[in-house]
Design a binder for this molecule. Structure first.
Ligand code: ASP
Length: 311
């Protein structure tokens, strides 16, 4: 039996493994600029997208990535399936396996779900976001976007700002940026910072003081769906201290860029003026997502022979 490889979090990669995926993504990004955007690399393979939580960018870009590699794609949305009749995750996964699926891309509200799937079925598993825990392909596409604009990331400073406590994007992103030798700041009100410090990450509540240090200002969505209890006194108060707006951008380093994983809450963590400014690179992040997910699928499904740092 072929030993399957998985992408559950960025820990499954070392720096060399990350760089190999980013380099490969560069070639796939070039393919995306051709009139015919499809390559035959995964012809005969089947990829299932198993989504138990809403998603726009991640689901569409995984689908497009698999299709542009010529794989067959199954899109499973929990809200339109037998999950509504009470079918368990395990039985759903076993059904996909019985249909000969080679890879399962999974998004689920419960942290750790991709690790369970890895135990239950023999397919390659890619984590497309599990609860508040991890979102490795988001971290990879963010690194790709930064590297394309700034070159070597070593020594550059990034601040993740906002609802860090509930953010899988921040958790995977901070680790990935550390792997690449970046300085990482976590900026949030004390109630939205994780209770345990992360190795190598500097925590601060003072956004205005942190701004002049940052090459990249990474804004996080306020995760209303994961907040049972009020963690900020009011949105107005939050906006006053933690929204990135044109005034605050005046304090940033010249050339600093603003990122956001989407979906944005315009008027909460980011003002519309900043969201639409040339230094905000959200559409570049989306474009990178397709190329990076092509590289991840291609690497995991047998595209890259030899060690590539993927567990
Ligand atoms: N789209 C990202 C995620 O699924 C970020 C967010 O929802 O705030 O985690």
């Amino acid at each position: 039996m072929v030993e399957r490889r998985h992408l559950l979090d960025v820990d499954d990669l070392d720096r060399e493994g990350i760089e190999r995926i980013l380099d490969m993504a560069r070639s796939f990004a070039e393919v995306q600029r051709r009139p015919i955007k499809k390559v035959p690399s995964l012809r005969g393979k089947t990829v299932a997208n198993l989504f138990y939580e809403p998603s726009t960018r991640t689901r569409l870009s995984f689908e497009l990535a698999a299709k542009r590699l010529s794989a067959d794609v199954l899109n499973f949305t929990a809200s339109a399936s037998s999950v509504q009749k009470g079918e368990s995750l395990k039985d759903t996964a076993l059904t996909l396996e019985a249909m000969g699926v080679d890879a399962v891309v999974v998004r689920h509200p419960v942290a750790g779900t991709p690790w369970l799937l890895r135990k239950w079925i023999n397919a390659t598993i890619l984590n497309a976001g599990d609860g508040m825990h991890a979102h490795p392909t988001q971290a990879l596409l963010d690194l790709f976007t930064m590297r394309e604009r700034m070159g070597n990331l070593e020594g550059k400073t990034i601040a993740f700002v906002g609802d860090i406590l509930h953010s899988r994007v921040a958790r995977s992103g901070m680790k990935a940026c550390r792997f690449m030798g970046m300085e990482v700041l976590a900026v949030a009100p004390p109630t939205l910072l994780p209770p345990v410090a992360m190795e190598g990450v500097e925590f601060t509540c003072d956004f205005d003081a942190a701004l002049p240090r940052c090459d990249v200002i990474y804004m996080l969505r306020m995760q209303k769906e994961r907040q049972q209890e009020g963690r900020v006194p009011s949105i107005e108060e939050y906006v006053r201290f933690y929204q990135i707006d044109a005034g605050r951008m005046g304090r940033a380093r010249p050339g600093a860029m603003v990122m956001h994983p989407g979906p944005m809450n315009r008027g909460v963590e980011i003002s519309s003026e900043v969201a639409d400014a040339p230094y905000a690179v959200m559409t570049a992040q989306v474009a990178s997502g397709v190329a990076v997910r092509m590289a991840a699928l291609f690497t995991l499904l047998g595209g890259a022979e030899g060690g590539d740092g993927i567990a």
